[in-house]
Design a protein around this ligand. Structure first.
Ligand code: FAD
Length: 686
C-alpha cells in the first residue's frame, strides 16, 4: 500500500507542478502582452470551446521564432478559407491549453507548423507545448487509452539540414501525437532552410497533399479562390500622425509613453546606448563592426556566450520605394489602425502610419514569396502585369531565375514589372499578410560578462555584396541590420550622411527616442564555457565566428589574472589575409600575456598561399594536441558558418578521433555524437 500511496502522491504533485508551470506561463504571456501594447484579440484558452463558438473547422497552430512559421500558418488558414470556404483559425501554441486537445472535435482538423531552433530546440512560444508532449510523465497522463483519438492532424516543420537536429521538433511532436492515438492525415512536410533554402518550395508541395487529404476527409469541394482580408485596416483621417497615442515605430505602449521598464525581451527591447562603435577591419567593399552597448541602466543581464538581439530599421530608399510602389507615398503620414479579422494577434502596434509600418514594422527588404506574387497578381495595375505575375507565381524555375536568384525584394520586383503604374489596388491587409514583421537579428556576444558586466559587445560583418549572376547595374545586396549599424557608427564618428552606398536611415528613431541608442535584448544560450575553468577548451571560429571566443578568451584571461586555475585554451581562427581581416589581432597578444602558454592561437589565412587553408586543415595538422586535450575532457566549440565550415570541422574531428584512438570511423562518429549529447561539443552556427 505504501508504494501505491507514494505513487499517487507523486503523480498528484507532478500534475500540480504542471498546473503551476502552466499558470506561471500564462501569467508571463499576459504580462508580456500587456507590455506589448498589441494584445491578442481574444482570451479563451480552451481551443475546443473557442472552435465551437466560432464554428472553426480547421486550426493552424504555429511554433515560430522569427515569424516564418507564423507566416506559413497564416497563409494556410487563409487558403483554407478562400479555396474551400472553411472556417479557419491561426493559433499561437502558447495561447491555448493543450490538455484540451483530448476533446478535439472529430469533424475538424488541426495543422501544426513548427520550427526547430538552435540545437534541436522548440521556439520560445512552443517550449511548454513541446515539453508537455514529449515528456512521457506529463503528456496527457489521463487514464484514457489513446487520449487523442479524435484528433486528425497534419504537420509541417521548418528546419535547416545543415544542423545536426534537423526538424527535430516536428518529428518528435509528430511521434508523440501518433503515440497518443491522433490520426495523421498526410505525410509530415519538412522545410529546409539550409543550402539551397527550399523552405517555401517544400511548403508549397506539402500543402497540396494536405488540401487533398483535408478535402477528402471533410468532403469538401474546391471553389474559385476569393481574396478575403485577414486584417481590418481603418484609416483615421482626422488623427494627426504626431498625436501622442500614435505609434511612430515604438515597439510597445511603454516605449510610446517614453518609459523603459523591464522585463526586457522579445516584446519589450531595451533602448541601449551605443558606447563604442568601430570598424575592426575595412577593405574595399568589406567591413566588420565592433559595437558596444551599455546595459548598466537596465535590468538586462547577460552571461558569456549569450546572444544579443538587435532591432533594425529599413533604409530610407527602401521605405520610399515600398510606399511609392503601393501608391501610399502621398498618404505616408495617414494614421490607421489594424486588427486581426478573427481571433489572433494584431500584426504590429497601431494606430500607426504607413511610413512607420514600412520603416519599423514590416520586413520589406526580405526574400519574396512565390505564393504572395500569385495572390497579388489579381491586384495588378494592368492585364500584362497580371500575366507576368501569374507566370512568376506558378512557375517555380522562372521565379527562382527572375526573383530569388536576383535577391529582389517585393517593391524592387514590382517596380521592375510595372515601372510607370503603381499597384494602387493592393489592399494593405494583403501586404501585411504577405510580409513578415521586421525581425531582430541575433549576434553572438563578443564580451565576457565577468570582465564587462554592464557592457555588451558584438562583432558583425556588414552584409554588402554583388548578387551572383545579376546584371552589373543591379545595386549591391545590403543587409538590413548591419548597414543600419554601419550608418549609426558613421554618424557617431561625425561623418556626413549619406553613407558610402547612398543608404540613409532615420537614425534618431521614432520621436528621436533612438538618439545613439539601439533596441536590443539578451537571448540566453547554452553555448557556455565549462563551469570548471581548469578544463581545457578547443574553439573553432573563423571570421565573425570568433565573436563568442573573444568573450571566452577574455573571460579565461581575467580568471587567470584573478589567480584561478585555467585550463588549456586553444583557438583556431581563420580569415582571408593577415593584413586584411584578422579580427582582434592585437588583443590576442594581451590575452596571451595573461594566460601564458595556456593560450594558443592557430591561424588559417585562406588567400595567402597557393592553396586555400581553412580552420579544419589547421585542426587536422594539430591532431595530436586535439586528441590529447580530448583525453583530458576538453570542451569543443564551433562558431560561424553553418553551411560548410561546421560540417567540415565535425568530419575532421571524427577523422582525428578515429586515427588517434585507432577505432573505425563509425565508432569515432559515435564518440562525437555522444560529446554533442553530453554538451561537450557545442555549436553556435548560423
Ligand atoms: P539581412 O537583411 O537579414 O540579409 C541576410 C541575408 O538574407 C542576405 O545576405 C541574403 O542572403 C538574404 N537576403 C536578404 N534579402 C534578400 C532578398 N530580397 N532576396 C533573397 N535573399 C535575401 N553575424 C555576425 O556578423 N556576427 C555574429 O556574431 C553573429 N552571430 C549570430 C548568432 C546567431 C544565433 C544567429 C542566428 C546569427 C548570427 N549572425 C551573426 C548573423 C546575423 O544575425 C545576421 O543574419 C547578419 O548580420 C545579417 O543581417 P542583416 O540584417 O544585415 O542582413
Amino acid at each position: 500500500l505504501v508504494p501505491l500511496i507514494l505513487l499517487v502522491v507523486g503523480l498528484l504533485s507532478l500534475a500540480a507542478t504542471g498546473q503551476l508551470r502552466l499558470a506561471k506561463k500564462t501569467e508571463e504571456v499576459e504580462d508580456l502582452k500587456r507590455v506589448d501594447g498589441f494584445k491578442s484579440s481574444g482570451s479563451n484558452r480552451n481551443i475546443v470551446e473557442h472552435m465551437k463558438t466560432t464554428g472553426t473547422k480547421l486550426v493552424v497552430f504555429f511554433g515560430s521564432q522569427t515569424g516564418n512559421a507564423q507566416g506559413l500558418a497564416s497563409k494556410l488558414a487563409k487558403e483554407g478559407q478562400s479555396r474551400f470556404g472553411l472556417k479557419t483559425l491561426v493559433a499561437d501554441v502558447e495561447d491555448y491549453d493543450y490538455e484540451n486537445l483530448v476533446d478535439f472535435p472529430s469533424d475538424s482538423v488541426a495543422v501544426f507548423v513548427l520550427a526547430t531552433y538552435g540545437e534541436g530546440e522548440p521556439t520560445d512560444n512552443a517550449v511548454d507545448f513541446y515539453e508537455f508532449l514529449t515528456d512521457p510523465n506529463t503528456a496527457f497522463s489521463s487514464d484514457r487509452e489513446r487520449p487523442l483519438k479524435t484528433l486528425k492532424y497534419s504537420m509541417f516543420g521548418l528546419g535547416n539540414s545543415t544542423y545536426e537536429h534537423y526538424n527535430a521538433v516536428v518529428r518528435k511532436v509528430d511521434q508523440s501525437l501518433e503515440t497518443h492515438g491522433a490520426r495523421r492525415l498526410c505525410a509530415t512536410g519538412e522545410g529546409d532552410d539550409g543550402g539551397d533554402k527550399t523552405t517555401e518550395e517544400d511548403f508549397l508541395s506539402w500543402k497540396e497533399s494536405l488540401w487533398q487529404s483535408v478535402a477528402s476527409v471533410m468532403g469538401l469541394e474546391e471553389r474559385e479562390a476569393v481574396y478575403e482580408p485577414s486584417f481590418d485596416v481603418q484609416e483615421e483621417g482626422s488623427t494627426q500622425a504626431e498625436a501622442s497615442h500614435v505609434f511612430l515605430g515604438e515597439q510597445n505602449s511603454l516605449h510610446l509613453r517614453g518609459e523603459q521598464r523591464g522585463p526586457f525581451g522579445a516584446h519589450n527591447p531595451f533602448l541601449a546606448p551605443v558606447t563604442k562603435s568601430l570598424e575592426v577591419f575595412t577593405v574595399k567593399d568589406r567591413n566588420c563592426l565592433h559595437m558596444e552597448f551599455d546595459i548598466s541602466d537596465s535590468t538586462l543581464a547577460y552571461q558569456t556566450g549569450d546572444h544579443l538581439a538587435v532591432w533594425p530599421m529599413n533604409a530610407d530608399v527602401e521605405v520610399e520605394r515600398f510606399l511609392r510602389v503601393f501608391d501610399l507615398w502621398d498618404r505616408r503620414h495617414t494614421v490607421f489602425s489594424i486588427k486581426a479579422a478573427q481571433q489572433g494577434r494584431d500584426p504590429f502596434p497601431t494606430p500607426t502610419t504607413y511610413e512607420a509600418a514600412a520603416r519599423y514594422y514590416l520586413e520589406i527588404c526580405g526574400p519574396v514569396s512565390r505564393q504572395v506574387i500569385d495572390i497579388l497578381a489579381q491586384f495588378s495595375p494592368s492585364p500584362e502585369v497580371k500575366a507576368a505575375m501569374t507566370k512568376l507565381g506558378r512557375d517555380k524555375d522562372h521565379f527562382h531565375q527572375e526573383v530569388t536568384g536576383q535577391c529582389l525584394n517585393l517593391a524592387q520586383l514590382l517596380e521592375t514589372l510595372s515601372p510607370s503604374q503603381p499597384f494602387s489596388k493592393v489592399p494593405f491587409s494583403a501586404l501585411v499578410e504577405g510580409l513578415r514583421r521586421l525581425q531582430p537579428r541575433y549576434y553572438s556576444i563578443s564580451s565576457s560578462s565577468l570582465l564587462q558586466k554592464g557592457t555588451i559587445s558584438i562583432t558583425a560583418v556588414v552584409e554588402s555584396r554583388q548578387v551572383a549572376g545579376a546584371p552589373d547595374t543591379r545595386p549591391l545586396l545590403k543587409g538590413v541590420t548591419t548597414n543600419y549599424l554601419l550608418a549609426l557608427k558613421k554618424q557617431q564618428e561625425g561623418e556626413a550622411q549619406p553613407h558610402p552606398h547612398g543608404k540613409t536611415y532615420a537614425l534618431e528613431g521614432p520621436r528621436n527616442k533612438y538618439t545613439s541608442r539601439v533596441p536590443v535584448y539578451v537571448r540566453p544560450s547554452n553555448f557556455k564555457l565549462p563551469a570548471d575553468s581548469s578544463l581545457p577548451v578547443i574553439m573553432i571560429g573563423p571570421g565573425t565566428g570568433v565573436a563568442p571566443f573573444r568573450a571566452f578568451v577574455q573571460e579565461r584571461a581575467e580568471q587567470a589574472r584573478l589567480g584561478q586555475d585555467v585550463g588549456k585554451t586553444i583557438l583556431f581562427f581563420g580569415c582571408r589575409r593577415k593584413s586584411e581581416d584578422f579580427l582582434y589581432e592585437k588583443e590576442w597578444e594581451e590575452y596571451k600575456a595573461l594566460l601564458g602558454d595556456k593560450f594558443q592561437l592557430f591561424t588559417a589565412f585562406s588567400r595567402e598561399g597557393s592553396e586555400k587553408v581553412y580552420v579544419q586543415h589547421r585542426l587536422a595538422e594539430n591532431a595530436d594536441l586535439v586528441a590529447e586535450l580530448l583525453q583530458h575532457k576538453a570542451y569543443f566549440y564551433v562558431c560561424g558558418d553553418a553551411a560548410h565550415m561546421a560540417r567540415d570541422v565535425s568530419d575532421t574531428l571524427v577523422r582525428i578521433i578515429a586515427e588517434k584512438r585507432a577505432i573505425p570511423p563509425a565508432k569515432a562518429e559515435e564518440v562525437v555524437k555522444s560529446m554533442r549529447n553530453s554538451g561537450q561539443y557545442l555549436e553556435d552556427v548560423w
